[in-house]
Design a protein around this ligand. Structure first.
Ligand code: C2E
Ligand code: MG
Ligand code: MG
Length: 536
């Protein structure tokens, strides 16, 4: 059959393609679309007239000439769509992943025909391996999701119910995955998701938490209401390597990490090389940014949940480097710690934040209290407390308006001398908050040992509070404990109205989070405070 005679059989081929399971098109040896099925046209949002005889290059980022050099190969690429062309993402240009297979048609040895299939988000693991090769350059996140109670459900409700649950979770993920994103099932209780694009550790964690919220919503199955529970381990190309199988191993290890600590159900791999690379990339620019006082400060309101009034603001450090761009605080704080720059960084933050508080006072704005993150190393420096007191005096401020936040997991290096400083700070009237409570494992013991005035509950403990009974009872007991010991409780990371409602009904009085107000500039804080309550 010659190339042109294939063309003359286009009608019959179109009939065959209609029966094809995926959206697909056939291109001739010149790389022009000859026949396609209705699924193909509708997924691209194009009419039949718009597709017929269109050269592949106009649709796709792959040159079909590359296929003629390797006739047995199978290639993956992208179809780029204009805004408004797909039903999934109406307002953004997007790209649909495609698989191209050269077809050696008898009689047309020199010019292979091409079968072009649009990929569905659900693929096999082997396909994912091949697809991922196309994303190595741009980077991607590999999310390994473990469905925690599958064995239990299999035992109690049977294999069919367990499979139906997995299917439902796959459906939720498939519908919510941004395009292009892929999903594969690995074994009975594991799903693997690929999200193309460079992800910072924080962005990967946010994506993982979004998936967890989606998957953990209750589901009714065989007359039972099930509350699925998942753990997620994440690895990232290229930070953790380029090979898909290696990234699977790293994500698997990160997933194992989640089992080592209570309350941790998401872990993003942090390879040693990354730390080394961050150090070499950021250490010098960070040193000059600190030296030249170029770090910016953002302020996040901490509010009374029932009234919506702002009780305090937490100061958070921001760094935008003109060449490297906006940097993640967790990254540069790590680098500052590893390169002994923390003392100077914190000194700058404290100086600027205190003068901001004094400025607010002068302008008549009632910011009652300021929360400042400090590393426990400060408590080992004998001069630090008197220097802090001197700065407060200089601005006419009192220690009672300052809360010092120390993260739960940073207490490991707080030896006896730190505890004495802790008592001294309390005696002077400073507030002392244990930050990120629940993210480590020594929280309760430390709360009992040291004279804290408040505890900030890590957002991982309230991520599912609106529907997870275990989280509800955990917060309930923490609140009773806090009430008995006169600790103030502040909840971090409130992102949804339903979380807020549940927290209020459990008796939580104070909190912060994107749902209430994100970290923002002093001017925005002023506008917010002058407009009154944050709650509509
Ligand atoms: P942190 O003290 O626990 O601060 C809260 C973090 O949660 C902030 O991240 C904030 O932007 C983020 N956040 C606030 N609301 C939400 C929410 O609703 N959802 C989610 N997912 N996140 C929310 P950020 O600014 O990236 O800071 C990260 C950490 O870096 C801080 O955690 C703190 O430990 C450290 N840090 C920041 N600035 C300083 C500083 O000046 N000194 C010291 N020692 N540490 C700092
Ligand atoms: Mg904090
Ligand atoms: Mg925190």
């Amino acid at each position: 059959m010659s190339g042109s005679s294939v063309g003359s059989h286009a009608g019959a081929l179109a009939g065959l393609m209609e029966a094809w399971s995926s959206a697909a098109a056939l291109c001739d040896g010149q790389g022009c679309v000859v026949v396609f099925n209705r699924k193909f046209a509708s997924r691209l949002g194009r009419s039949a007239g718009e597709l017929s005889k269109v050269p592949l290059q106009r649709l796709c980022d792959l040159n079909p000439a590359t296929l003629t050099s390797e006739p047995d190969s199978m290639l993956y690429g992208q179809l780029n769509l204009e805004a408004g062309r797909t039903s999934r993402r109406l307002n953004q240009p997007c790209s649909v992943p495609v698989r191209l297979r050269p077809l050696q048609i008898r009689g047309s040895a020199t010019v292979p025909w091409l079968l072009l299939e649009l990929l569905e988000p659900l693929v096999s693991l082997a396909e994912m391996d091949q697809i991922s090769q196309g994303y190595q350059q741009a980077g991607y996140g590999l999310f390994m999701i473990e469905l925690l109670q599958i064995d239990l459900i299999r035992g109690k409700l049977g294999v069919t119910a367990a499979e139906a649950l997995v299917e439902e979770l796959v459906r939720r993920l498939t519908e919510a995955l941004p395009s292009p994103g892929f999903l594969a099932r690995q074994g009975g209780d594991r799903l693997v998701v690929i999200l193309p694009g460079m992800l910072t550790v924080e962005a990967a964690r946010i994506r993982a938490e979004e998936m967890m919220v989606l998957l953990e919503a209750p589901i009714t199955m065989a007359e039972h209401v099930l509350e699925p529970s998942v753990s997620v381990g994440v690895s990232r190309a290229q930070d953790d390597g380029n090979d898909f199988r290696q990234l699977l191993v790293v994500a698997g290890r990160a997933l194992d990490e989640t089992h080592r600590y209570p309350f941790t159900n998401c872990c993003v791999a942090l390879p040693e090389e990354r730390q080394v690379r961050l150090l070499s990339l950021l250490a010098h620019p960070l040193a000059s940014a600190i030296e030249q006082d170029k770090l910016e400060l953002a302020y996040q309101p901490i509010m009374e949940l029932s009234s919506g009034s702002i009780k305090a603001v937490e100061v958070l450090c921001r760094w935008h480097d003109s060449e490297l761009g906006q940097q993640n605080p967790e990254d540069f704080i790590d680098v500052a710690q590893a390169t002994q720059q923390m003392a100077l960084l914190e000194q700058r933050v404290i100086q600027r934040a205190l003068s901001q508080l004094a400025r607010w006072d002068r302008s008549g704005l009632k910011v009652e209290r300021l929360s400042i993150n400090i590393s426990p190393l400060r408590l080992r420096e004998p001069e630090w407390i008197s220097e802090l007191q001197r700065l407060l005096d200089q601005h006419g401020l009192t220690p009672g308006r300052i809360i010092l936040e120390i993260a739960e997991n940073s207490f490991l290096d707080l030896a006896g001398v730190g505890a004495i400083q802790f008592l001294e700070l309390r005696r002077l009237g400073f507030g002392l908050a244990m930050d990120d409570f629940g993210s480590g494992y020594a929280g309760l013991r430390r709360l009992r040992e040291l004279p804290f005035t408040s505890v900030k509950i890590d957002r991982s403990l309230i991520a599912a509070i609106d529907y997870d009974q275990m989280q509800q009872s955990m917060i309930d007991s923490l609140i009773s404990y806090a009430r008995n010991t006169e600790l103030e409780v502040v909840v971090e990371g409130i992102e949804r109205a339903r979380q807020l409602q549940m927290l209020i009904s459990l008796g939580c009085r104070h909190g912060q989070g994107y749902h209430l107000a994100p970290p923002q500039s002093p001017a925005q804080i002023e506008t917010l405070m002058r407009s009154g309550s944050l709650l509509a």
